[in-house]
Design a protein around this ligand. Structure first.
Ligand SMILES: C[S@@+](CC[C@H](N)C(=O)[O-])C[C@H]1O[C@@H](n2cnc3c(N)ncnc32)[C@H](O)[C@@H]1O
Length: 331
C-alpha cells in the first residue's frame, strides 16, 4: 500500500522560525530564570516579567508545547535541559550561545538574494573583528566551548604530550582545559590578532599563563609554530572550503613531531549528506556570514588527513548529532 503523505511536516518547516523567536523572547524576559527562582505560576510571571497577562499566557503555552516548561501539580517547572543551560547564574548557563546567531536572522531570510548576488571574502565574518566584538563573540562560544573541551580531555589522553597547538582556539577553552588536566602540557592558542587579546583574559582568569601562550595569526597562511606534538582545530570547519582546510591540515602535519597527533573537531556531514541538519546549516551560515565556506563530509575530512600524510585516521562521534572528531597520527 502507498504510504499516505500529508502536509504536517512541511507546515512545521514553513513556520520553524517561530520556535527560534519564542526561545529568544523567553530568554529576553528571563522566563526560565524566573521559574527557577520561584515565579512558577502565570500570575507570578506577570509580576516578574512585567508583561501583560495575555502575553504571559501566550508565552507559557508556547513554552509548554515546546517542552521547555512542564507542569508539576499546579505549578510550572523548567524541563531538564532548560534548567541546566538556560537559567541565568547557573554554572552551565549557555544563553549567550543560544542567542549567538540571532543577529543573522535577517540574513537567513534574505538568502535567495545573497545567492543571486554573492558577496564573499576569505575570512567572512572574521574579516571585520575588533577586540570588543571578539570579546562578545567568545562570551558566547566559551559558554559551550569549555563543556566540549572537558569532554575532549576526558576522551583523549594527552598525559604523555608536551605541546598543544590550538588552531582558531578562541576563548582558549581546549588549551586551558587541557593544561589544567595534564600537568606536563604547554599550549599555544593561535587565533586572529584581535581575538587573542580576549584569549589572554580567559587564560589569566584560569591562572594558567605560565603554560598557555597565544599567537595572533591567520591560520590560512604561513607555517605554524614547531615542534608541537598535538594539534587541535575545533569548531571552525565550515568557515572554509576544501582547499583551505586541506592546506591547514597539511601545515599542521609539517609542524608536528613524528608520532604527534591532530584532532579536527567540527560539524561534519554524513558521507551521503543526508544529515545531520546542523552541519548542513552551519555550511549555509557561511553564505550569510560572507565566506566561501561550506559543510564538509566525514570522508572529505578523512581525505584531508590522508593527503597530508597522517596514518591511523579515525572519524569518531564527539557530541552526537553535533560535533565529530577526526584524528590522525604523523608516522
Ligand atoms: C567558533 S570559534 C571556536 C573557538 C574554539 N576552538 C572552541 O571550540 O571553543 C572559531 C574560532 O576560529 C577562529 N578563526 C577563524 N578563522 C581563523 C583564521 N583564519 N585564523 C585564525 N583563527 C581563525 C575565530 O577567530 C574563532 O575564534
Amino acid at each position: 500500500m502507498d504510504k499516505r503523505v500529508d502536509t504536517t511536516r512541511l507546515q512545521e518547516m514553513a513556520r520553524a522560525y517561530t520556535t527560534s523567536a519564542v526561545l529568544y523572547t523567553a530568554l529576553d524576559v528571563s522566563l526560565f530564570t524566573h521559574v527557577s527562582n520561584g515565579a512558577n505560576t502565570e500570575a507570578a510571571l506577570v509580576e516578574a516579567t512585567q508583561l501583560r497577562p495575555v502575553d504571559v499566557d501566550r508565552l507559557v503555552s508556547c513554552a509548554l508545547s515546546l517542552d521547555l516548561l512542564d507542569w508539576e501539580d499546579d505549578h510550572l517547572v523548567n524541563t531538564a535541559d532548560v534548567d541546566a543551560y538556560l537559567v541565568e547564574g547557573k554554572g552551565r548557563y549557555a544563553g549567550a550561545w543560544m542567542m549567538f546567531t540571532r543577529a543573522d536572522v535577517g540574513g537567513w531570510f534574505n538568502m535567495t538574494q545573497k545567492m543571486r548576488e554573492p558577496h564573499s571574502s576569505k575570512l567572512g565574518m572574521y574579516q571585520e573583528l575588533t577586540v570588543e566584538s571578539a570579546r562578545k563573540y567568545h562570551q558566547a562560544t566559551s559558554s559551550i566551548g569549555f563543556g566540549a573541551a572537558r569532554r575532549f580531555v576526558k576522551t583523549v589522553d594527552l598525559s604523555e604530550r608536551r605541546h598543544l597547538l590550538d588552531l582558531g582556539g578562541g576563548s582558549g577553552a581546549y588549551s586551558i582545559t587541557a593544561a589544567e588536566r595534564f600537568e606536563g602540557l604547554k599550549a599555544t592558542v593561535l587565533d586572529l590578532p584581535p581575538v587573542v587579546v580576549a584569549t589572554q583574559e580567559y587564560i589569566a582568569d584560569a591562572g594558567v599563563e605560565d603554560r598557555v601562550a597565544t599567537l595572533g595569526a591567520d591560520f590560512t597562511v604561513g607555517e605554524f609554530p614547531s615542534p608541537v606534538d598535538v594539534v587541535v582545530m575545533a569548531s571552525n570547519l565550515p568557515i572554509y572550503d576544501s582547499e583551505i582546510i586541506g592546506g591547514v591540515v597539511a601545515r599542521a602535519f609539517r609542524a608536528l613531531e613524528a608520532g604527534g597527533e591532530m584532532h579536527l573537531i567540527g560539524e561534519m556531514l554524513n558521507d551521503d549528506r543526508r544529515g545531520p541538519v546542523d552541519a548542513a546549516m552551519w555550511g549555509m551560515n557561511e553564505l550569510i556570514c560572507g565566506s566561501e565556506g561550506r559543510a564538509h563530509t566525514r570522508a572529505e575530512c578523512q581525505s584531508y588527513f590522508a593527503s597530508a600524510g597522517f596514518v591511523d585516521i579515525e572519524v569518531i562521534d564527539f557530541v552526537p548529532g553535533i560535533l565529530v572528531r577526526c584524528v590522525g597520527r604523523k608516522p
